[in-house]
Ligand binder design. Structure first.
Ligand SMILES: [Zn+2]
Length: 107
């Protein structure tokens, strides 16, 4: 079970984009990388593309590049603190994410 899910609010805790808060847009569980809105924006130069009669302008496109899941902490929706995610396992084996700061369940 992933600690960070799509839709979570996280804060970048290390690197160039330290302190940036954003909502997780995409999670790649295999590589443990995630895309956070507004964080790790990279610029890419776009070559002019021949499209029909017109020609699109060459320019710079910006997009959010994935960052390592280990570089972010969850912003707990209950206590608003930056926290690591723990797990609580019920008697029936059901795993629930919990905030390690306030011990609240996180959906
Ligand atoms: Zn909490």
């Amino acid at each position: 079970m992933a600690k960070i899910k799509k839709g979570d609010t996280v804060e970048v805790i290390t690197g160039e984009h330290k302190g940036v808060k954003g909502v997780v847009q995409r999670v790649d569980t295999k590589s443990e990388r995630l895309v956070v809105a507004g964080a790790n924006i990279v610029k890419k130069h776009q070559k002019p593309v021949q499209a029909g009669r017109g020609k699109t302008q060459a320019g710079i496109i910006e997009f959010e590049a994935p960052i390592s899941a280990s570089n972010v902490l969850l912003v707990c929706p209950k206590c608003n603190a930056l926290t690591r995610v723990g797990f609580r396992i019920d008697a029936d084996g059901h795993k629930t994410r919990v905030c390690k700061k306030c011990q609240s369940d996180i959906e």
